[in-house]
Design a protein around this ligand. Structure first.
Ligand SMILES: CC(C)(COP(=O)(O)OP(=O)(O)OC[C@H]1O[C@@H](n2cnc3c(N)ncnc32)[C@H](O)[C@@H]1OP(=O)(O)O)[C@@H](O)C(=O)NCCC(=O)NCCS
Length: 176
């Protein structure tokens, strides 16, 4: 386990086994980070977040307050999770719309050979288990993405979407 010494002293930060937290990470009050998580430099995690097992948080990722990230997730650079959002198990976020390992001449692509495409998950939105979120799409406030959906378009606020490609099933009139 490697963590910044200032964070290690805090009694409102609950850490599982084998957690790595790089330098320059900001973590709010009363945060849980379970086993085998890796938090990269520059990430910001708000208050009262629950980050369950096997979660990778990429560099400079911003996570708001009261966010719950279930097991086995990678929150890549360019993804923003606003306050109160929920990420189910095994969700696939993306940040490169046309990914390739090599250039046309066969040379290996470098970090500057691709275009970062952001994804924003707005206040109170939920993403079901196993969903895939194609980058460049916003998940609107209080929207819900069904388990296994493939989101290829922006999801309007208060809207339930499902399927591949994800389509609106209905509007959400009552938040439970
Ligand atoms: C989408 C969801 C919220 C719908 O729940 P619901 O309102 O009770 O809907 P129902 O179960 O009555 O299903 C309504 C219709 O949507 C379909 N449906 C439900 N879930 C679906 C899904 N994940 N993908 C595709 N279609 C789905 C049903 O088959 C049904 O279709 P039909 O009317 O043709 O029979 C729920 O199924 C879901 O996926 N929840 C997310 C669970 C999850 O991932 N939790 C995370 C825990 S880590």
């Amino acid at each position: 386990m490697e963590i910044n010494k200032n964070l290690a002293r805090r009694d409102d930060l609950h850490l599982g086994k084998n957690v790595t937290i790089e330098e320059n990470v900001t973590i709010g009050k009363n945060v849980l980070i379970e086993d085998n998580c890796y938090i990269c430099s520059g990430a910001k995690i708000g208050d009262n977040c629950k980050i369950h097992r096997n979660v990778f948080i990429d560099y400079n990722v911003e996570i708001g307050n009261n966010v719950k990230i279930q097991n086995n997730n990678s929150i890549y650079h360019g993804v923003v999770l606003e306050d109160g959002t929920f990420v189910g198990t095994n969700v696939s976020f993306t940040n490169d719309k046309f990914p390739r390992s090599i250039n046309p001449d066969g040379s290996i692509k470098t970090g500057s050979d691709w275009v970062l495409i952001p994804t924003i998950v707005k206040y109170g939105a939920s993403i079901g288990s196993g969903a895939t979120i194609v980058c460049g799409n916003e998940i609107g406030s209080w929207a819900m993405v069904a388990a296994g959906a493939v989101v290829t378009r922006t999801v309007e606020p208060y809207t339930l979407v499902a399927g591949c490609p994800a389509k609106e099933i209905r509007k959400i009139s009552e938040i439970k």
